[in-house]
Design a protein around this ligand. Sequence first.
Ligand code: ATP
Length: 693
Amino acid sequence: MRLLIRMNRMHFNKLKLAQSRLLCLEHRAILSASHRRRRQSAGLKTSACPPPSPVLSVLSCSAFTSGLSSLRGRTVAHTPVAFASSSAASTPAESAKSQTDAESQRIPTTVPLDDVKRILDLAHPERWRLAAGVGFLTVSSAVTMSAPFFLGRVIDTIYASGADTETMTASLTSLCLMLTGVFLCGGAANAARVYLMQASGQQIVRNLRATVFSAVLRQEVGFFDKNRTGELINRLSSDTSVVGHSITDNLSDGLRAVAQAVAGVSMMFYVSPSLASFVLMIVPPIAVLAIIYGRYLRSISKRTQDALAQATQLAEERIGNIRTVRAFGKELSEVDKYTQKTDYVLSLARKEAVIRAGFFGVTGLSGNLMILSVLYKGGLLTASQHMTVGELSSFLMYTFWVGISIAGLSSFYSELMKGFGAGARLWELLDRKPEFPLNEGRILSPDHLKGQLEFSNVSFSYPTRKDAPIFQNLNLLVPAGTIMAVVGPSGSGKSSLVSLLLRLYDPDAGTITIDGHDIRDLNPYWLRNHIGTVSQEPVLFSCSIRENIAYGAIDPDAVTIQDIHSAARVANAYDFIQSFPKGFDTVVGEKGVLLSGEELGQQQDGLRATALDAENEFLVQEALESLMEGRTVMIIAHRLSTIKNADSVAVLDQQRVAECGQPTELLENRQGLFRKLMEKQAFLQEEQQRALL
Ligand SMILES: Nc1ncnc2c1ncn2[C@@H]1O[C@H](COP(=O)(O)OP(=O)(O)OP(=O)(O)O)[C@@H](O)[C@H]1O
């Protein structure tokens, strides 16, 4: 099984090589084009293009060493999976509480005026659609609020004393026809309002999502170490829609609730001032009670949601990393952990159910009592000829509307505050300036790019672990056009060295130069485009192999199928890809798992896999060698077979370069670290061979 995994990694690497090769080819095209332009402007003929400038290649060949690590035991498996639970050992209740506290801190309790302007700015492009929506809202609200009055008139027409049946029928028919027309207009206006508000809401959310995604991708890599992916995705998907909803649908519902509450109360006073005064004496205490109760209910239901989110996060992480869970045989303990979390959700949900039951019971009861009191007092007024039956009916309907509007106002306010809270998180992200620019800085002329790399007195620690230095005063020189192998024990900082070179992070002190130019002065986008990387953890996106190969190109749309085939050939991956039924159109799943599945299906037994493994290793090695020609190369590797072609080897240890020199020279030093590393590897390889036999 381990051998198969290792071979899959080989194949992934082949695809990455194809991507990398294409990247290099693209550069040549671009560099040649820009060179041609310069020559043209200098009055020179374009046919005499210069040879391509050397392109740096960084090759991380840990796939070669996966066999090595597999023998060290399960705990050192290369799978870079760390579950969140290991970071902070807290009980579900504690963590849910801290999450709830953090969340409640985020939801403001008063309207933050600064944010109002930003929200209005967001809505600005949609102002005409929103204005039309508000216009239709006014029409539909006017119709809704006039309905009880006219319906009262209908009732009075029915009960009118002294009118003969014919007259009554005529006035009833004309009144009902007129009202049908008015209601039709109201319905149409309401539909138009809902459509316009939703359409502009979706447009605002779409714009916001695109801006937030672009702001996220612009951030430096250190930012992603500090911010969890789930949190960022949540901002992108949920916070954007909360903001969009709060300024469109919610705003329109809120405006409607305000208009209806004001109109309703006014109409109640218009219809019967004495009954209105009586009812409005009862409403405030009930409303206060309902608000307090509602707040408590919201807080408990938020805690339930938070606890549920924690359980879901655990499930998502474990399902997403099912291979690791399975490999460690942790299914049952993961089920236990999930059950604990869901038990906590259940206990909160039960509490919520009790409170909710009480809340709905009390509000339902108070609503009914209010209606009953209106009927009682109204009945007395009707009996004493101070009110007609139609007026009492209108009044009753207005009471309903006012009640509904008050409930709508309270939810409008809480949704609005949620919108401000979500907005604040988004502004924070949108306003954040990346620590270093993405596409600004010097671009070196291709003619002068030789590719000499130098690390001078480099000290570095990761932004999230400032107390754990990775390098201290590290010095390393890689002459242009040479191959440097970087070796060292696991965790000695080999990958970190590459990250610094790619300018994923900046050193805390010291400089890294290319041909004497500090990489901090260079355009990072340009820099990365001149460094081909074959990474330790090959990443494939869930699309076709063809699209995966084209991913490395500057303009993937301009890449022809011939380019893709030739890149695959250079990476020795062509035959392997063509062996799939759909060839280059084979869709690889998330992290390339579908490819693994097909491949596994093709493998019959371990021995055959071993043979293929060696063959693939040879092919990958061969492809690498052809790619390395004429370039400055840093190889991160342990295997002697990979290192033997290197011009020099740098051994990392104790936060610095402990040894540096030609491989043969270093091997001669019996006490040297390199020699010890190689001996250990040879020993492990022998063990591996024996285990296979
Ligand atoms: N993004 C990060 N944030 C914090 N610490 C990190 C980060 N990446 C790596 N480290 C830590 O930095 C140290 C050096 O890691 P690095 O991956 O560079 O070592 P390596 O020599 O390439 O290891 P290996 O041979 O196992 O791949 C390790 O202790 C690692 O845990």
